[in-house]
Design a protein around this ligand. Structure first.
Ligand SMILES: Cc1cc2nc3c(=O)[nH]c(=O)nc-3n(C[C@H](O)[C@H](O)[C@H](O)COP(=O)(O)O)c2cc1C
Length: 167
């Protein structure tokens, strides 16, 4: 698939099936996630946690209990991005590059995804943090929910970031 095609194919799909993803597709997505650039090349500062099966169901139930809805849109895999913390800026930027790599790899495999900031709303949830094996010094930056698309429906957004060209 052409690079531009992958870019245009990546949309936030919020109608995700709970059917497990193929292992080879998940392995591919995780490999691409690991290739994301991070600030100062400090790969040891970030950590990804893949949740599936019972662990994912437990987390989705905690979302419902604490936020009132499943913010992962019922997918079948949830990848958390944790960061040891250099500065809020670096931590968040690293989370951004990693999450986008995940979303683009998923798009290439025709797997639905959504970049989730909302998971930080349950950052103090012990059940979730225990599953993530979150250490004291780590912060939850974001997560990406993944799943086969139960519908092709996506939100109507303009995708027009303003550009100023100066010579
Ligand atoms: C930093 C960031 C955080 C986001 N957090 C959420 C979120 O918590 N929940 C959600 O449903 N979508 C979230 N999104 C998805 C955006 O709403 C979506 O990417 C944007 O509206 C563009 O739509 P598209 O992804 O379909 O192209 C987030 C996206 C980014 C880049």
């Amino acid at each position: 698939m052409e690079f531009k095609e992958v870019i245009y194919k990546r949309r936030s799909n919020r109608f995700l099936s709970d059917k497990p993803l193929k292992k080879e597709d998940l392995d591919y997505i995780l490999e691409i996630a690991q290739r994301a650039p991070v600030g100062m090349g400090k790969y040891e500062w970030t950590r990804l946690v893949l949740l599936e099966g019972e662990a994912l169901k437990t987390v989705q139930n905690e979302f419902v209990k604490e936020i009132g809805k499943d913010v992962s849109y019922g997918g079948s895999a949830l990848i958390y991005i944790l960061h040891k913390g250099a500065s809020d800026t670096i931590d968040n930027l690293d989370g951004g590059t990693i999450a986008e790599h995940i979303c683009l790899a998923a798009a290439e495999k025709d797997i639905g995804s959504v970049f989730l900031w909302s998971v930080t709303r349950t950052k103090d949830n012990k059940t979730i943090n225990d599953l993530l094996q979150k250490r004291e010094e780590e912060k939850i930056i974001a997560a990406v929910t993944l799943g086969y698309k139960a519908s092709e429906e996506v939100r109507d957004v303009s995708h027009k970031i303003k550009i100023l060209k100066v010579k």
